[in-house]
Design a binder for this molecule. Structure first.
Ligand code: DGY
Length: 324
């Protein structure tokens, strides 16, 4: 039915479902992300009507001259800051994403990252492997407790709310949150406190977890100025998008003790890290793997295929970012 280009190998199930849907599916053979020029070169080879893109692909209006017949971009991610939705919309190209299926796994991962940095687990592991352990000691690698402390959620959408519930119900944390939309159901479920400004959440929390999309308005949301509002004993966690933090300012804040520690799964210029970040002991760094469970990546692959198949059957795909 349609010719689909998949910019990098994704779990087999979605590829199979698209083929079973009658589509010809071409998967990039490069073992890595395509550069913008490589992507355009690949797109110019055949008259693709659909692209399955990854968050590492920059899909803006300039791809359209290489794929004039493009009808849909199905992003293999919930975030879609890699796509110029408005430019594609003007060319009547639909955009879909993969929400919901990764909420639980990202929430679990966020909790793990919080525990890792607060309990200093990676640091303790490095200590052991370096053969520094000389026996039990009362003040060795002291961390902090979560019970009774305050969690600050900035962005209480699906993932932010799932993190809030886990830490409130499972760890006895008080939750303060900020979002552009107040969530009365979250408040009644876990008794959390809504603040009208993100600054109030930053000032009052012991652990701050960011769950905002990367938009022009949220770029460098966590600036040097806002970092300075946090408690010196607070930890910062980011599993959303790296660009919402001014990473250079964060390195300074971690070095100077403006905040106590950070757990980061996403970075401003992935895969590069801000200078000095990887030298710091009080930060846990992971390579954008918050949704990387086998089950979830399979479900994302299925979802991409359903979006493509439904679209070419003339239906509205279930996960629309923009439908044309
Ligand atoms: C997403 O989906 O946006 C995550 O960052 C990667 O799975």
């Amino acid at each position: 039915m349609a010719l689909i280009f998949v910019t990098r190998k994704i779990p087999e199930i979605g590829l199979r479902w698209m083929k079973e849907g009658g589509h010809e599916v071409v998967v990039s053979e490069k073992d890595g992300a395509l550069s913008p020029d490589e992507l355009k070169e690949m797109l110019s080879l055949r008259p693709y009507e659909g692209i399955v893109s990854l968050l590492t692909d920059h899909i803006d209006g300039s791809v359209l001259s290489f794929t004039p017949q493009l009808k849909i971009v199905a992003n293999y991610a919930v975030g879609f800051n890699n796509i110029d939705v408005s430019a594609l919309g003007q060319a009547r190209v639909t955009v879909t994403n993969t929400p919901d299926v990764l909420t639980d796994t990202v929430a679990e991962y966020t909790v793990s990252l919080i525990l890792s940095v607060v309990k200093r687990i990676p640091e303790a592991d490095r200590f052991m492997r370096a053969k520094k352990y000389q026996g039990w000691s009362p003040e060795l690698l002291l961390g902090s407790d979560l019970t009774g402390k305050t969690l600050g959620i900035v962005g209480a959408g699906r993932i932010g709310s799932a993190v809030a519930k886990r830490l409130s119900l499972g760890f006895g944390m008080q939750v303060n949150y900020y979002d552009i939309n107040r969530s009365e159901s979250l408040e009644s479920e876990i008794g959390c406190h809504y603040y009208e400004t993100p600054e109030d959440v930053l000032r009052t929390s012991d652990v701050v977890s960011l769950h905002v999309p990367l938009l022009p308005e949220t770029k460098h949301f966590l600036s040097a100025e806002r970092l300075a509002m946090m408690k010196p004993s607070a930890y910062l966690i980011n599993t959303s998008r790296g660009g919402v933090i001014d990473e250079k300012a964060l390195v300074e804040a971690l070095k100077k003790g403006i905040i106590k520690g950070a757990g980061l799964d996403v970075f401003e210029s992935e895969p590069k890290l801000a200078r000095g970040l990887s030298k710091l002991e009080n930060v846990v760094l992971t390579p954008h793997i918050a949704s990387a469970s086998e089950e979830t990546r399979n479900k994302m692959s299925e979802m991409v295929a359903v979006n493509i198949n439904e679209f070419f059957l003339g239906h509205i795909p279930p996960n629309i970012v923009s439908f044309q």
